[in-house]
Design a protein around this ligand. Structure first.
Ligand SMILES: C[S@@+](CC[C@H](N)C(=O)[O-])C[C@H]1O[C@@H](n2cnc3c(N)ncnc32)[C@H](O)[C@@H]1O
Length: 188
């Protein structure tokens, strides 16, 4: 069967991330992807999980405590500042990353990911991504501001040099109501 969007995003990361690596949840929200990443890197790995909303950080922290998870650093800041939280050693690589764009479900729909900060974070991660590593963006675009972000991101990633990156788009084209889709970028 064809995998659904969230299932496929996790499948891609499961296939490419190794135990012990550093990985990024660029938009932790309620922490679903954070927990998933924490499991696939194991206790010797590390997750940096970002969100600009206090509510999301509180919610994810609670989930981490309830699940006895200790290999996550929760960062209440924009993913645009990600560089500040990486080691200054240039040989430190990122094993994989995920973004879930848009707004936090059942929350303020005005607090959304924005093209400029998302693209800054994409470029920071690509710079440090390990060879054959994957960055997965789950692009929700049905809300106000979603179309602009979708277009800006597509314009940006379509230009990535094919000698250095494979860029995949995965989505269901016969679904109603602007369904989310995946952009997956693999460093060659
Ligand atoms: C679709 S939700 C993420 C859902 C999350 N993956 C989960 O499992 O619940 C998008 C999140 O991105 C956050 N966000 C928006 N702009 C951000 C930014 N510049 N940096 C980090 N997080 C941001 C929002 O606060 C929101 O919680």
């Amino acid at each position: 069967m064809l995998k659904g969007i969230l299932q496929f995003s996790h499948h891609l990361l499961e296939e490419s991330v190794n135990v012990g690596e550093l990985v990024i949840d660029a938009t932790c929200g309620n922490g679903n992807d954070t927990i998933f990443l924490s499991e696939i890197v194991g206790k010797n790995g590390h997750v940096l999980a970002f969100d600009i909303q206090e509510k999301a950080i509180v919610s994810t922290r609670e989930t981490l405590i309830n699940n006895g998870i200790s290999n996550v650093s929760l960062i209440h800041d924009s993913h645009a500042n990600l560089e500040d939280y990486l080691s200054k050693e240039e040989n430190q690589t990122i094993g994989g990353a995920i973004f879930n764009l848009g707004y936090l479900p059942r929350s303020d729909k005005k607090i959304i990911t924005r093209p400029e900060s998302t693209i800054t974070a994409i470029d920071t991660i690509l710079n440090r991504l390990k060879q054959s590593g994957l960055m997965v963006l789950v692009v929700y675009h049905g809300h106000d501001g979603g179309k602009e972000e979708k277009e800006a991101i597509l314009k940006h990633v379509i230009r990535l040099d094919q000698k250095e990156y494979n860029v995949l788009q995965y989505g269901f084209i016969n679904q109603k109501n602007l369904p989310p889709f995946i952009i997956a970028i693999q460093k060659k």
